[in-house]
Design a protein around this ligand. Structure first.
Ligand code: PLP
Length: 407
């Protein structure tokens, strides 16, 4: 057993301590969004209590403190991702906005009719729709790496999908619907061997495992803060400096300029060129606090404990009759998706809620995955390091309750 002091950790998360319909809350919807520790809540509240001001523009004390904290958070993200410099870190609303930024500023200018964008069958809609929209606009083709019954990528024909027409490969590191951990490092190596740039969607990876952009050697890496214990509305785009330098800004406005006249605007340096308008200052500060918090626990320790949680949950659920686990990849992180025979996942979710067990029921913004398995939806339990084996037991008890009710 990994030694994390789960009870002490849980004391940091106020939302976890409540009853739902008289049952202790078991929050197992972490892939949708995570709960926030007091360290993050306090960092945000302290900013508004003590330092609130706009960044980069003021000469007064409050503005300087706000700027220092905001830029301090950028430095934390830089170290968290093992990037080379703060200039490679752009604050955005989340993974969705980061992918759209890369689609518009990096890919669109070079994409022509007949070109290809390579994604996979198990992507979140955020890593499908922006590329599809782009392809539609210029007459390019969206090419999809197929998947297998176990929910892994079928890489048997992968080399042939990387062609001279491929302008970018965009793949998720961990699938939100299935929990599959994809071999993104190897895939990146292969793409690079053919000169194809790579974006990795790390939204479901960063809460659970070390993220190292140098080791992955990806060109872009995106994630959302709210899935890793930070506030909503903040996330980051990492991009290799040489690429970000060449890219035109996506949005125009204040702070992304050096000078403006009606004849000509000179853009600001990196990363400000991509941060038009007043940013989410408190969100960035909260993200910095979340990184500090995760690092104080240890990301390797988090990964190892969550592995035990998932193995225990999978083992218990596999012993039950009338349950089909969706997503049985060899390498998985923190997600257990399943269907209970004869019961719609939405009913499963509602009955679970009445037992205090919060899970997600739906297509998880991954409709092509549902189409592959021929199901409308799954019930999905997703774990964080504050979850306990007892909460897994509550999940299994709730499955039995559903089966009793529908017997
Ligand atoms: N990518 C993956 C794998 C996700 O799971 C999600 C959200 O669930 C996203 C992207 C989009 O994240 P956001 O909605 O925070 O932008």
């Amino acid at each position: 057993m990994t030694k994390l002091n789960i009870q002490a950790i849980r004391r940091d998360f106020p939302t976890l301590h409540q009853e739902i319909y008289g049952f202790p809350l078991a929050y197992l919807d972490n892939a949708a969004t995570s709960q926030k520790p007091v360290q993050v809540i306090d960092a945000v509240a302290d900013f508004y209590r003590e330092d609130n001001a706009n960044v980069h523009r003021g000469v007064h004390q409050l503005s300087q403190r706000a700027t220092d904290s905001y830029e301090g958070a950028r430095a934390k993200v830089c170290r968290f991702l093992n990037a080379d410099s703060d200039e490679e870190i752009v604050f955005v609303r989340g993974a969705t906005e980061a992918i759209n930024l890369v689609a518009h500023s990096f890919v669109r200018p070079m994409l022509k009719a007949g070109d290809e964008v390579l994604i996979s069958h198990i992507e979140h809609h955020a890593n499908i729709v922006p590329w599809q929209m782009l392809c539609d606009q210029v007459g390019a083709k969206l090419v999809v790496i197929p998947m297998t019954e176990s929910g892994e990528l079928d890489l048997s024909g992968f080399d042939d999908l990387l062609t001279s027409k491929t302008k970018i490969m965009a793949v998720g590191q961990v699938s939100n619907a299935l929990g599959t951990v994809n071999p993104v490092k190897m895939m990146t190596e292969k793409a690079h061997a053919k000169g194809i740039p790579v974006l990795i969607d790390g939204a479901q990876a960063v809460p659970h495992m070390p993220a190292d952009v140098k080791d992955l050697d990806c060109d872009f890496y995106v994630f959302s803060g709210h899935k890793m214990f930070a506030p909503t509305g903040i996330g980051a785009l990492y991009g290799k400096q040489a690429l970000l330098d060449e890219m035109a800004p996506w949005q125009g406005g204040g702070d992304m300029i050096l000078s403006v006249s009606f004849e000509k605007t000179q853009y600001n340096a990196l990363p400000y060129k991509f941060e038009a308008g007043t940013p989410n200052i408190s969100g960035a500060i909260g993200l910095g606090a979340a990184i500090d918090y995760m690092q104080s626990i240890g990301i390797e320790a988090i990964a190892s404990y969550e592995h035990e949680l998932l193995s225990y949950a999978t083992e218990r659920v596999n012993k039950l009759d009338g349950i089909r686990v969706i997503g049985t990849a060899e390498h998985k992180a923190s997600v257990l998706s399943f269907v209970i025979e004869g019961v719609h996942p939405h009913d499963v979710g509602t009955i679970f809620d009445q037992q205090g067990v919060a899970i997600r029921a739906g297509h998880h913004c991954a409709q092509p995955v549902m189409q592959f398995f021929g199901i409308p939806a799954t019930a999905r339990a997703s774990f964080a390091f504050y979850n306990t084996m007892e909460e897994v037991d509550a999940l299994v008890d709730s499955i039995s309750k559903v089966q009793e009710l529908f017997a």
